[in-house]
Design a protein around this ligand. Structure first.
Ligand code: ADP
Ligand code: AMP
Length: 216
């Protein structure tokens, strides 16, 4: 099963992708995570992407399309994948269609996670992750069971993304509304779009996604 989680930054795509990975043995393909790894490694792609990401703008389509195409070809994607953060523009959506067809793959569903902008700013500025295993947390909405200790791996070091500040969030939301939201009608026309309410509790959001996938 190949699924797209589509929604603004902070909508809960990463949180829900991790749950889908476990429950359905799918692989989360987060283009944001891949780019952050490229930045950390100091690769040519990372050097090109860093400034763009820090400004809250989108990395050029050709780079993103090549990156995701290579990743989908890897054997661990054979049972299916969850696209988190891709596609983000009309050219990316069109290229994904061509790519899937060439690779003989089908898109099961596109889940639109709807969340209001004001809530997103709170979610993003309060977000942090475990430095060891990457598990996601929030200062108020998703705290570890024991303060300062990761629920998943017991790690005690946490980190924040450099672009998760109030100013960059505004640019990222503007990019979402201008460049990403316009691809929703494209998927609606294909009959694969399922919209869910991303503003309820994390467990309720998971239930809605499971329902949407079952009904697809
Ligand atoms: P995205 O991957 O779409 O950018 P995340 O999954 O990282 O978003 O979620 C952003 C932040 O909001 C995280 O700190 C996460 O713990 C928190 N969060 C995710 N889903 C919810 C929810 N339904 N209610 C409250 N907080 C949430
Ligand atoms: P994310 O982790 O999805 O919030 O993405 C973080 C940043 O990476 C974005 O603000 C963009 O600069 C860049 N990025 C991630 N995915 C894409 C994509 N599909 N197209 C263009 N830029 C992307």
């Amino acid at each position: 099963m190949n699924v797209i989680l589509l929604g603004p930054p902070g909508a809960g795509k990463g949180t829900q992708a991790k749950r889908l990975e476990e429950k359905h043995r799918l692989i989360q393909l987060s283009t944001g995570d891949m780019l952050r790894a490229a930045v950390a490694s100091g690769s040519d792609l990372g050097k090109k992407a860093k400034e763009i990401m820090d400004a809250g703008n989108l990395v050029p389509d050709d780079l993103m399309i090549a990156m995701i195409s290579d990743r989908i070809d890897q054997p661990d994607c054979a049972n299916g994948f969850i696209l988190d953060g891709f596609p983000r523009t009309t050219p990316q959506a069109e290229a994904l269609d061509r790519m899937l067809e060439e690779k003989g793959l089908k898109l099961h569903s596109v889940i639109e996670m709807k969340v209001q902008d004001e809530i997103l700013v709170d979610r993003i500025t309060g977000r942090y992750t475990c430095a060891s295993c990457g598990a996601g947390y929030h200062e108020r909405f998703q705290q570890p069971k024991v303060e300062g200790v990761c629920d998943v791996c017991g790690g005690t070091e946490f980190k924040r993304r450099s672009d998760d500040n109030a100013e960059t969030v505004r640019s990222r939301l503007a990019a979402y509304h201008a460049q990403t939201a316009p691809i929703l009608p494209y998927y609606a026309e294909k009959g694969v779009l399922k919209a869910i309410d991303g503003m309820t509790e994390i467990d309720r959001v998971t239930e809605q996604i499971e329902d949407a996938l079952g009904a697809a």
